[in-house]
Design a protein around this ligand. Structure first.
Ligand SMILES: O=C(O)c1ccccc1NCC(=O)[C@H](O)[C@H](O)COP(=O)(O)O
Length: 259
């Protein structure tokens, strides 16, 4: 059983509980109408989705003392184009409250980073103020991904559609995903390889589709590699959570975008 299988098994239980306990509309958070696609496609530097991640299956505890609203504020001030908040508790030690706290204090897009398998999670993400949700191609059959994509779009949410290989990229393209995240982390082995972005990017028309490279961004040279193949955005978790000088970290990763 892979880590993704274990996470998804846990999500099935969570969704069953949520259907019993959550009424859509129950939470009413601040809404900010901003488009990540528009802002990233029009930026002249690499845009950063800075992630709030206390812990992860691959790294264990990363930063358990983080205070979501303070971290959200500083991410925005330092130049984040968006903020990703891990809301999964068993594997990442995040919560929905973390995301709401961030939403309250920032005006840039907020991504609900979770393992979405059901509409009820999308309802709750929307109610809690998310602008985007994550759909992971490896998590569900194509038909179900298409249904959830449509459901989220109709609510006015943007979707970061995450892929790891050619077959998953083909699914993203058939569904018409506008924002494709190529995850450089193999969710079975945890190995991170930026060559995943380099290989798959060739198959994407990055003048129309927004390409985000996810995981493993540590320094400027990493970002330059994915910028060269058309990424206009990067999703950065651990490096941000461990940074002792976030302004310096953002400045070094926000490389100019070439023509
Ligand atoms: O990070 C993990 O260990 C992990 C394990 C299983 C499923 C997902 C996982 N991470 C989610 C992510 O996609 C990353 O948090 C995100 O891309 C940022 O990665 P990094 O900058 O390397 O922290």
């Amino acid at each position: 059983m892979t880590i993704l299988d274990k996470i998804l098994a846990e999500k099935q239980k969570e969704v069953a509980d949520l259907k019993e306990s959550y009424q859509p509309g129950e939470i009413q958070a601040k809404r900010v109408n901003v488009s990540l696609y528009d802002s990233f496609m029009n930026a002249d530097k690499m845009s950063i989705i800075a992630e709030m991640k206390r812990a992860s299956p691959s790294k264990g505890l990363i930063n358990d003392g983080v205070e979501p609203s303070a971290q959200g504020r500083i991410y925005e001030t330092c130049g984040a184009g968006a903020i990703s908040v891990l809301t999964d508790t068993p594997f990442f030690q995040g919560t929905m409250e973390d995301m709401q706290e961030v939403r309250e204090v920032v005006d840039i897009p907020v991504l609900n980073k979770d393992f979405i398998i059901d509409e009820i999670q999308i309802d709750r993400a929307y109610d809690a103020g998310a602008n985007l949700i994550l759909l992971i191609a490896a998590a569900l059959p194509e038909q179900r991904l298409a249904e959830l994509y449509q459901y989220a779009s109709e609510k006015g949410l943007e979707i970061l559609f995450e892929v790891h290989n050619e077959a998953e990229l083909a699914v993203a393209q058939r569904i018409g995903a506008q924002i494709i995240g190529i995850n450089n982390r193999d969710l079975k082995t945890f190995e991170v390889d930026l060559a995943t972005t380099e290989r798959l990017a060739e198959k994407i028309d990055t003048t129309k589709t927004l390409l985000i490279s996810e995981s493993g961004m540590k320094e400027k040279s990493d970002v330059e590699r994915v910028q060269k193949v058309g990424a206009r955005g990067i999703l950065v978790g651990e490096t941000m959570m461990r940074s002792v000088d976030l302004k310096e970290t953002f400045d070094s990763l926000r490389v100019p975008l070439g023509e």
